[in-house]
Design a protein around this ligand. Sequence first.
Ligand code: ATP
Ligand code: GAR
Ligand code: MG
Length: 387
Amino acid sequence: MSIKLPQKLMLLGSGELGKEVAIAAQRLGNYVIAVDRYANAPAMQVADAYEVISMLSADDLEAVVRKHQPNIIIPEIEAIRTEKLIEFEQRGITVIPTAAATNYTMNRDRIRELAHQKLGIRTAKYGYATTLEELIAISDEIGFSNVVKPVMSSSGKGQSVVQDRSEVEKAWNYAIANSRGDSQKVIVEEFINFEIEITLLTIKQWNAPTIFCFPIGHRQERGDYQESWQPAEISEEKILRAQEIAIKVTDALGGAGIFGVEFFITKDEVIFSELSPRPHDTGMVTLISQNLNEFELHLRAILDLPIPYIEQLGASASAVILASEKSDSIAFGGVADALSEKDVDIKLFGKPNAHPYRRMGVALAKGATVQEAREKATKAANKITII
Ligand SMILES: Nc1ncnc2c1ncn2[C@@H]1O[C@H](COP(=O)(O)OP(=O)(O)OP(=O)(O)O)[C@@H](O)[C@H]1O
Ligand SMILES: NCC(=O)N[C@@H]1O[C@H](COP(=O)([O-])[O-])[C@@H](O)[C@H]1O
Ligand SMILES: [Mg+2]
């Protein structure tokens, strides 16, 4: 297959990750339509056109696709009416990586069934509940500590670690209140006491073998990423094991594009957690750590362009810049101070409003060691104030 440039690309989801995808797309001369649930979303600010719709509404999706006639649809979040994407694909529009893949990963239960039941991949012990009573029963079965998450959510929204039975009700209420979309279902997972968790960026190509970036280590709080670094310090044997699993899952999903495949690494095991069929938030470190960042790799894979070599540029890290209050007018302080240090960069996403813990930007750094890079990135992120 040879894909002519430029293409008309529609991004479904226009956050910070979509913004970088849009920039990478524009740099290859493509036309980008950015779509999200609110106006002035980050990717809309750099796109040729934008639309504000409910991406969970099939009618809304139909209207924007009819209006703009994209050749390629690039989903950027999970919460999309993915049945509609299957229809678009049948009508000849390319959906990245495939409409089926977005359908599998829209909810945690579908991808879990595929990985565990169908492909036999090791995951944490898990179960589901649709009522508080069911959650109590399944929690007892799985044991404590465990992790409760809405089946449809991301960035840790609605997620809690449950230490014992007395905390189950609180976890249920929190999950249901923070579930995206119309689902009332939660997943309960055995708590894995991992040594490190990693994202393995996996690039699946139309006409070339699957390739990988060096593993990215990360640290999460409240189920949301705080800092990431590359390369992650894990053994060659475990990297190969993770690659093997990543190939198995991404081959089952098909298509082309980058995937962020998440693993828990324990002393003896590589445990599959979940995956994003698109760039991963922890992969923002590649904005400084590689010759081609994860967004450029996504675009190359989508457009069937060659990726001759991924160069890792040495110890690098990212640290998030989070809002602490609700606000509709955003201004940043401390940027000059943060940028005064060598090998430090700051990306501010341009989100139009803030609320506690909303990710507003990211600090990036290189260092002589991963430890130094992490310290530099965190220090730079801490210098940024949101006024
Ligand atoms: N079973 C588990 N055992 C231990 N820690 C867990 C478990 N499940 C989740 N976590 C922690 O919570 C984080 C977020 O969980 P998960 O990746 O499932 O949620 P998410 O909301 O999909 O995140 P994102 O969309 O940002 O990738 C994990 O990266 C990990 O740190
Ligand atoms: N873990 C998934 C992830 O990081 N997704 C990124 O966050 C945006 C939503 O941010 P918001 O909640 O601040 O609007 C999404 O659009 C995507 O760029
Ligand atoms: Mg995750």
